[in-house]
Design a protein around this ligand. Sequence first.
Ligand code: MIG
Length: 643
Amino acid sequence: MIKKYVFGTPVETEAVVQVIPVTEKTISRFEFQNNQFIYQMTEKTKVYGLGEANRGINKRGYRYVSFCSDEPSHTEEKESLYGAHNFLVIDDENPFGVFIDNPGKVTFDLGYEEINQLVITPKYMDMYIYLIEGNTPLDIIRQFRKMIGKSYIPPKWAFGFGQCRWSYENSGRVDDVIRNYEEHQMLISSVYLDIDYMQDYKDFTINEERFPDFKDYVSKVRKKGIRLVPIIDAGVKIEEGYHVYEEGVKNRFFVKDINGEDYITAVWPGYTHFPDFLNSKARAWFGEKYRFLLDLGIEGFWNDMNEPAIFYSKNMVERLKKRIKESDIEHDDQVLMDDIRWKLTGVANNSEDYQSMYHDMNGERINHDKVHNLYGYHMSRAAAEAFEKLVPDKKILMFSRSSYIGMHRYCGIWMGDNCSWWSHILLNLKMLPSLNMCGFMYIGADVGGFGCNATEDLVMRWMALGVFTPLFRNHSAFGTRNQECYQFTDTAAFKNIIDVRYRLMPYIYDVYLKSVENDDMMYSPLAFVYPEDEIASGIEDQLLLGEDIMIAPVYLQNAIGRYVYLPENMTFVKFERDGKTVCESMRKGVHFVKIARDEVPLFIRENHQVKIVRQSVITDASLREKIMDCSICYREEDFEYLQ
Ligand code: MIG
């Protein structure tokens, strides 16, 4: 049962697709006081949700702020990451779900100020609130997913392994990556192009010097079974003669300042304007621009910097310059330096800038701060709507950094700039079920970690989790240690782990499609599946994947294995080197299982089985391209069953 409440004059976010009548009554479940929604928890209450957020699967005990942020350091105290996914399931005696459809800042205090109090504080009081009653968390989630519409389905090749790094600055570098994967017989389905491929960081341009004859190049790579996937940034470079800039200015398609002038911010290309993705005409215009790359044979994109991220703004620069001039006259160094120090530390992604920008939402002027969390969603929506028109018969891969619920219908997400830290393997795992609850199915983290220097063991262990995520992409920042799978000593182990992914592909793809079709979880916390099991309800480092498998990766350095809790009898499966699999039956309960660095563990539930592709098929060189392209039709004899 779903109830919809209206507060003030909400912005239509189009997060919800189901038509639900508004309830006139005052909101139930919560106490409404001083523009806050308060709920008294008991000791036992568990709180799930918030999608791409920091910390645990059970989110109780911290404060989270929905305000899409370019946050490159996901340390434990951070309250905001790239997404705003305002859906919670509050699990106690009478569980219920709540969705705050409000694209401005919303603070969720889930037992932070007061351990048993849950307080939701929206910055702006214009919103829809949906309350969903149900018998179990899963029941509530299914109703919610139905309400927000079917999740995006990418092309099948998007389930293959991908390699990325910020600094593949010319086609020679890309060739090098591909050659190395080939030489080590490692399978790979995609290579990602970061901002290096563009001319002066301008969207929908190619640097011809560094990537000559791009169209031929794309097709040459494609013939090997590999797709190139370019990045698109939100900001459009201000440059006379650059068509995206000129058209945007002429048609008034850019975000404005209070006086109606195009707002000027600086991002990678230097000074830029932000397309007004909240304006349907601007959206259609920008989406159409992707055609340039589609025509060159591109079939996938990742949309970045769309919180939107701001390095600094022209406004800020002017204010600082003025300050410098003034203090020159006054000779007041301290005032000047205090100001600069204060300003410089808070210059990027400044709230002053967000409050100074305006959108034209179908004729109505609206301050950016009120709708901030819709920006990345609507950028990706612009592209997806264009793909429907431009290539209606083709599935295009797309994932975005920033997001809001609703975007799950158009594309996937990646989890942003994590680091090569062991704790981030676990954070990757914990985000999976929370994202599924909010409709996001095509998801994955930068495997091996984006920032900081990776080590061989970390990348290997992380890959052993990555084999289970729909988006399976190794990505790192320029300046960090190279972390492609061939950069380390034990390349045979990496090859084997990637092979495991392609062996599991039919299962993963099948679970994916079914989860989308049935509004189901792909990854479930153990608590959802074994509600009567008190131990299972507190497990934060194991998940069920589909109906048959439990995953439990190793995420501690130098561990020889890990403790695992089996809520029922299971078969422990290890994918060992050279394509060997070892199965062992285990009783319900706690076990220490040995898992060497080069092994991929998984658990199969009692009376379930998992169909995997035979190693001999995966390593058949004559099938390499088809396997990487994910276009192979397997025959029954190509499979074996684990149980
Ligand atoms: O300011 O394009 O999250 O994946 O490699 C950094 C460069 C911009 C942030 C993305 C990351 C990407 C990087 N980008």
